[in-house]
Ligand binder design. Structure first.
Ligand code: ZN
Length: 115
């Protein structure tokens, strides 16, 4: 019973706040601390607002020397409504690239260059 108590409490809180699905009244939550912290970093929520640097769209890796063509081997690690998290396949450094509309109205995290 002990293993069921916490999920039932969470369900009850979600139900009271109207957060369960309308159809079937389901609630599907599977979050690890690591996942939550990563989302805080992606969405730049305090105190993790500076966890990843913000760089212009289409940036090359800032750590690796430029290669022929488009710079370092960069991959999109994750996308989210405001932008995407990019990672260098060589040195594993990561940064955020934000959609232009999400860059307005933010002061401290405004990316350098690119207007
Ligand atoms: Zn790199």
């Amino acid at each position: 019973m002990r293993t069921h108590a916490a999920p039932l409490r969470i369900y009850w809180l979600a139900l009271k706040r109207g957060l369960v699905q309308a159809e079937g009244h389901g609630l599907h939550v599977a979050l690890s601390e690591e996942t939550v912290l990563e989302w805080f970093k992606l969405l730049r929520l305090p105190p993790y607002q500076a966890a990843y640097p913000v760089r212009p769209m289409g940036s090359a890796c800032p750590e690796c020397p430029p290669r022929e063509g488009n710079g370092g081997e960069v991959t999109t690690e994750r996308t989210f409504p405001e932008g995407r998290k990019m990672a260098c396949l060589l040195c594993r450094s990561c940064w955020l690239e934000l959609e232009p509309t999400s860059q307005m109205g933010r002061g401290s995290d405004a990316p350098v260059g690119r207007r």
